[in-house]
Design a protein around this ligand. Sequence first.
Ligand code: PLP
Length: 304
Amino acid sequence: MLGAIGATPIVRLERIAEPGAGEVWAKLESFNPTGSYKDRMALAMIEVAERDGRLRPGQTVVEYTGGSTGSSLAYVCALKGYPLHIVTSDAFALEKRRTIEAFGAQIDVIPSPEGITPDLLPRMMARAWEVVAETDGFATDQFNNPDVTDGYAQLGQEILEQLDGRVDAFCTYIGTAGCFLGVTRRLRADLPEVVRVGIEPAESAVLSGGDAGTHRIEGGGVGFWPPLLQPSDLDEVHAVSTADAFAMARRAAAVEGLWSGPSTGANLTVALSLAHRLGSGARVVTTLVDSGMKYLAGELYASG
Ligand SMILES: Cc1ncc(COP(=O)(O)O)c(C=O)c1O
């Protein structure tokens, strides 16, 4: 079951793309076992810690998460026999909480009904450190854990193999920056000119030098600069509003059959604008972060 992580398909957008613009390719990370690219980093965080002895057999694993990392860790920990304690919030999709519980993990929910506010992640982190102390647990601490990039180097490798080594730009939404860093470092090793574009919510455009704010693009826009990321890792940063990200996620599902969530909506918005700017012959790659299945109970796909 752990071997089912990765080796996802990649597809070219054919209907949304503008005539005369560059190609846009989306790596379908929804094909991972829990429906998200986070399976790759959860496996890397656990296996690197196992190898270097930081994680002991039977030790409780503890993480603060919007729910996708939690779902992936719950899957990996269930298979490897580690108890898991997750700190999350009701600002994130209910489906993610239920997935974590389905794989047998314990869960604490921090209330934040108004959405992803700047103080939410610090509150979740503080509770996670209390749980680490209470359980003598192992903190995967995704925002400060350099092992997250290990899992995404393979994603970059797959892109290179699937596209015969030809990529002009890569863009993706930034939370921990694990995916962005793991993929762009692998791409740059072969393609030093590849343009690396980070994406964030317009309402909380901290990477662009703006103020932290409240938004509904789950998985990023946490209100502070992610510690793993250096300004020199980014060639460009693009900000997308919650409304535009939602609209693009809906349009991509209806027009291309690409069924995803808000962060993928942001990814596709930026990928299409880069393809427009770079023009015919250019090749832009992004990720379909996760499946629309994770957002069915929320407002994204609610009709009427
Ligand atoms: C739905 C979603 N999109 C995007 C991201 C951003 O990924 P990363 O943490 O690798 O920057 C995350 C991470 O939490 C996520 O859950």
